[in-house]
Ligand binder design. Structure first.
Ligand code: ATP
Length: 233
């Protein structure tokens, strides 16, 4: 479904992503794990068209995304929930969701919004609240709900567990699994390798811009090297 081949991304002279290739098949949860600064967010930004690669490229459903602007990539069914949530803080919860649905018709938006509220009852309770006053966990839910409004085939999540209390992290991961079980393919970037690998079909381990290991979630969880470097044991 998504195929990244031979990506090389630079910030000026900094070579942030080095010959990275990976793929995500329809229906999978795939995770990219790695320490701070390994290049995880840079990869997601490259896939969604916010950054460009010097070589290689990304195809989504057999179409090259090379010259396609980010908003058109969203229309094609690829949504990105950025790190740090980035909700529109002065707008209400409902207005944020409406913004996420700009690619869809009004009737579709009403239906999708109901589904989002079913998935996140907390957002329904808070629908008139200004988003800047939501808690971190609520903002994460809103950012995910807003991305769902574009009815993505593939949802990319950048560190959804960041800064959340353990109970909320569990909840967010349950929601990721249920989104996947109703047909959304997921590309998940996480520093919480334990949680990410336990929900993922497959994973890629990124170190200073290069993929150093790949395997099923279960295999990576069991790997002594991964345990030592990323799972605190
Ligand atoms: P984190 O989990 O801390 O967000 P990450 O794995 O997502 O880490 P990236 O944010 O992709 O890592 O950063 C990869 C490398 O690129 C880092 O060395 C970072 O300092 C550098 N980098 C990221 N954004 C920029 C930028 N706008 N300008 C220059 N260098 C950048």
């Amino acid at each position: 479904m998504l195929k990244a081949e031979n990506l090389n991304v630079y910030y000026g002279a900094i070579h942030a992503i080095k010959d990275v290739s990976f793929e995500v098949n329809e229906g999978e949860i795939v995770t990219l794990i790695g320490a701070n600064g390994a290049g995880k967010s840079t990869i997601l930004k490259t896939v969604s068209g916010l950054l460009s690669t010097k070589t290689g490229g990304v195809t989504f459903m057999d179409q090259s995304l090379g010259k396609i602007p980010p908003h058109v990539i969203v229309e094609k069914g690829l949504a990105h929930v950025p790190e740090g949530r980035r909700v529109f803080t002065r707008m209400s919860v409902e207005e944020n969701l409406e913004m996420g649905g700009y690619t869809q018709s009004k009737a579709d938006n009403e239906k999708t919004m109901e589904e989002v509220y079913k998935l996140f009852p907390r957002l329904l309770e808070r629908r008139k609240q200004v988003s800047g006053t939501l808690s971190g966990g609520e903002q994460q839910m809103l950012a995910m709900g807003r991305a769902m409004m574009s009815k993505p085939k593939l949802l990319m999540l950048d560190e959804p567990s960041m800064g959340l209390a353990p109970l909320l992290v569990e909840q967010i991961f349950e929601i990721i699994k249920s989104l996947n079980s109703v047909g959304t393919t997921i590309l998940l970037v996480e520093q919480n390798a334990q949680m990410a690998l336990s929900v993922a079909d497959r994973g890629y381990v990124l170190e200073t811009g290069s993929i150093i290991s790949t395997g099923t979630g279960a295999d990576l969880l069991a790997s002594p090297i991964i345990k030592k470097a990323y799972l605190g044991g």
